[in-house]
Design a protein around this ligand. Structure first.
Ligand SMILES: C[S@@+](CC[C@H](N)C(=O)[O-])C[C@H]1O[C@@H](n2cnc3c(N)ncnc32)[C@H](O)[C@@H]1O
Ligand code: SF4
Length: 452
């Protein structure tokens, strides 16, 4: 039965870190003013007062992992660190002019690329400069992505001293054949060392990123990887479905598509991983995330306070996220913007004192309502609507079909996702994605990776 469902629901769907999703954004004109207006609108409607989140994209990596779908620049030249930091600070200064003096910061996430490409001294310099004149919320959450191959004790200590208590390590897979195929040789000892150091220093939350669906993975290799992961007891695990998008990420052509587990085979890897995580005391947060029972993500989920943004699931319920750096995305509730994707274009716009934005979207009232349904499904596994509102007959029909498949239970004006349904949560969110449905007929080209 489940295999039939995999065949049926294994269609391209987004991960819903935004709605409308990125392919629907447009390249805006005279954006600086429009964007400032949206920020001011968020400010006047009280969405900034409670505290904002800051995402900082640090794009450099020393070596290319061929599977990688992130925005990165491969270089061994560390002179770039100070130049890039200088540009980030200029971008932040532009935002501060619009946000005003009384900024309260609730969350910082350093993503990449590889934040630990930067030296501990340069990271400290960057953070001190960013935080100058900014109020830090008493319940702030500062986190970063660390590559186990180059995260040092000094990195961990320097960021701890700046208030960081969460770290996410990219583990991906422990098998040497898989690691060779993805050009990422990462001995178990590296992962163990960084995990031990983080604990000794006092980090309270360690996440591991794993991926299923990589070349040469099979039930045997994934079992061994997961056993090793469980031995290290991370507090959280992101178990991502490999996103194969060779039409935009050419390095993914480095391996043969025939070596990728697909469809049922790929789903079996996920199912096995999930089973092992559950046996080891991890619970499903939703959309490929697991956490130990007492983790704040699960506590927030059970209190219906879980939130989702570009950084994935978060307990920090801030409605405004400012993204700084190459390709970074900002979300100010009424609109999204994304920065230019190359370091050169970014530097050039910053030098001209322009917001380094290249695309975005301002939300309609309908978008705001549909986004709430998608967020409610992804974070709470349920949503309800007022009868006669924007839930169309087509949407209802799709939901009834999913109810017949056992993915959800439908009431007169609400749904509740079942345990089985959590495996297909992206598909359930997609029912509310009106923009995707409207576009589907016009364009057959794949834009998103497969759901499974
Ligand atoms: C910016 S990277 C992590 C930080 C650091 N650069 C590293 O590699 O350890 C963020 C995460 O995205 C995930 N990721 C990257 N490419 C992916 C893909 N094609 N499909 C699924 N997940 C991917 C990986 O799990 C990775 O750890
Ligand atoms: S997976 Fe991480 S280290 Fe590898 S290329 Fe992507 S961002 Fe860089």
């Amino acid at each position: 039965m489940e295999n039939l469902l995999v065949d049926k629901y294994n269609v391209p769907v987004p991960r819903y870190t935004s709605y409308p999703t990125v392919p629907f954004w447009v390249e805006p004109l005279e954006d600086k003013n429009l964007w400032s207006q949206q920020i001011i609108r968020a400010k006047t409607s009280g969405k900034i007062k409670a505290g904002i989140s800051l995402y900082i994209h640090l794009p450099f990596c020393e070596q290319l992992c061929t599977y990688c779908g992130c925005n990165k620049r491969i270089t061994k030249n560390h002179q770039v660190e100070r130049i890039y930091i200088d540009a980030l600070l200029k971008e932040w200064a532009m935002y501060k002019q619009v946000l005003g003096e009384d900024i309260v910061l609730k969350e910082i996430h350093l993503g990449g690329g590889t934040p630990t490409f930067f030296s501990p001294e340069n990271l400290t310099f960057l953070l001190n400069a960013l935080l100058l004149g900014v109020n830090i919320h008493p319940e702030h959450e500062f986190s970063f992505e660390g590559h186990p191959n180059n995260t040092t004790k000094e990195h961990l200590q320097a960021l701890y001293d700046m208030g960081f208590r969460r770290v996410s390590f990219g583990v991906q897979d422990m098998d040497i054949t898989v690691q060779t195929a993805i050009n990422r040789i990462q001995p178990f000892e590296h992962t163990k060392n960084v995990t031990d150091w983080a604990r000794q220093i006092g980090y309270t939350s360690i996440n591991f990123d794993l991926i299923y669906g990589l070349p040469f993975q099979n039930l045997d290799t994934i079992s061994k990887t997961i056993q090793q992961v469980i031995d290290l007891q991370p507090d959280r695990i992101a178990f991502y479905s490999y996103a194969h998008v060779p039409w935009t990420k050419k390095s993914q052509r480095a391996y043969d598509e025939a070596d990728l587990p697909k469809g049922d085979q790929k789903y079996a890897l996920y199912q096995l991983g999930k089973q092992y995580f559950k046996e080891a005391g991890y619970e499903d947060v939703g959309m490929d995330h697991f956490a130990l029972k007492d983790d704040s993500l699960l506590i927030s989920k059970s209190n219906d306070r879980l939130h989702r943004n570009f950084m994935g699931y978060t307990t920090t319920n801030s409605e405004v996220l400012i993204g700084l750096g190459v390709s970074a995305i900002s979300d100010v509730f009424y609109g999204y913007r994304q920065n230019v994707k190359t370091v050169e274009a970014y530097y050039s716009l910053i030098e001209q004192e322009k917001m380094p934005i290249f695309r975005g979207i301002d939300l309609t009232e309908e978008d705001i309502q549909l986004r709430q349904h998608i967020l409610d499904v992804a974070c709470k596994g349920k949503t309800h609507w007022k009868i006669g509102t924007l839930i169309t007959d087509d949407m209802k029909e799709a939901l009834v079909d999913m109810e017949n498949d056992g993915l959800l239970i439908m009431g007169t004006a609400d749904i509740a996702v079942t345990e089985l349904g959590w495996n297909f949560i992206r598909n359930i969110c997609a029912v509310f994605d009106k923009r995707m449905h409207l576009q589907k007929n016009a364009n057959g080209k794949p834009t998103f990776s497969q759901a499974v």
